[in-house]
Design a protein around this ligand. Structure first.
Ligand SMILES: NC(=O)c1ccc[n+]([C@@H]2O[C@H](COP(=O)([O-])OP(=O)(O)OC[C@H]3O[C@@H](n4cnc5c(N)ncnc54)[C@H](OP(=O)(O)O)[C@@H]3O)[C@@H](O)[C@H]2O)c1
Length: 278
């Protein structure tokens, strides 16, 4: 039986599923086959990036799935080397060709890369690409407050999404409050927590036992219950159903208070003022 994943509104009138899938769990033909299977199962939000060098496989997965293109929320990201006037457009044209589509649903700036100072130019070009219909919704990834302010000051437009490192171990509380005040959806990358290992903590196991669910479900539900979108990635098809099975239980205030003890603080997250990717 296929899975049903709810969606939430974006501030520009669009909608986004609250659970999507990352695309880094396989490569090449295997990714095309596996991802097609995940789409047939019910995943509709697919998170790709020019930098992942997997857009060809993602486009092929959509074709192989047999699911109509318009039912998919296809996201890709502007690579660091494609920031700046002219380059962003050229990068998107390449992405569209590889993805085998004439539009993407969501285009994000992958990292702000402040040392080059091209984020605003990139953002303005993305808005032009949106006006032309090549992109439905525009957002960012790994932007913190002052970097978002710069985009808004230049354009009067807030991103619809900020894809950030997010898990109970990196709760990003202040940044998420800032995003929420502006109607920007927080989308969690590495939502299962990676090296910070929230799934391995005693408190997470305790909360999971209270609800009779897996620790992974607790960790993902923690984000979804706070109106964040998650994009867990798994090469194991059995986990696809589990990672979307987040709507049959609700974390209580006591659970949330327990999980809040796992937060390592903003300083433990990758620092978007210094970390840059190309
Ligand atoms: N914007 C950015 O800068 C940025 C950075 C990193 C990632 N991302 C995006 O975010 C997506 C997800 O991030 P991620 O892949 O780094 O981290 P993740 O999805 O939090 O974790 C993936 C790892 O968790 C395991 N896993 C998946 N489901 C599980 C479950 N139910 N129980 C136990 N283990 C489970 C996977 O192993 P198995 O494969 O064995 O299941 C894999 O080792 C990526 O695919 C990418 O699209 C974006």
């Amino acid at each position: 039986m296929s899975i049903q994943i709810p969606d939430i509104p974006l501030h520009d009138g669009g909608r986004i599923p609250v659970v999507g899938t990352g695309t880094l769990f396989a490569k090449g033909n295997q990714l095309a086959d596996r991802l097609a299977e995940a789409v047939r199962l019910g995943y509709r939000l697919l998170d790709s990036a020019a930098q992942y060098a997997n857009e060809g496989s993602v486009g092929e997965a959509i074709r192989r799935s047999g699911v109509p293109r318009e039912e998919i929320v296809l996201a890709t990201k502007v690579a660091g080397m494609d920031q700046g006037r002219g380059h962003t457009r050229a990068g998107l044209v390449q992405s569209l060709r590889k993805l085998n589509t004439d539009y993407v649903d969501l285009l994000l700036i992958h990292w702000p890369n402040p040392s080059r100072g091209l984020a605003v130019e990139t953002w303005m070009e993305m808005l032009a690409l949106q006006a032309e219909g090549l992109v439905k919704h525009v957002g960012v990834s790994n932007f913190v407050q002052h970097q978002l302010e710069e985009l808004h000051a230049a354009s009067g437009v807030w991103p619809v999404v900020d894809q950030i490192q997010l898990s109970p171990a990196l709760a990003r509380t202040e940044l998420r409050a800032y995003l929420a005040e502006r109607g920007i959806v927080a989308q969690g990358w590495r939502p299962l927590g990676g090296a910070e290992n929230p799934m391995g903590q005693i408190v997470t196991g305790k909360v999971a036992r209270r609800h009779g669910v897996e620790v992974s479900q607790v960790v993902l539900r923690w984000a979804v219950q706070q109106c964040a979108v998650v994009i867990p990635s798994s090469g194991n098809p059995k986990r696809w159903r589990l990672n979307a099975d987040l709507f049959g239980f609700e974390l209580t205030d006591a659970d949330m208070a327990d999980l809040a003890t796992l937060d390592l603080g903003e300083a433990a997250a990758w620092d978007s003022r210094l970390h840059e990717e190309w």
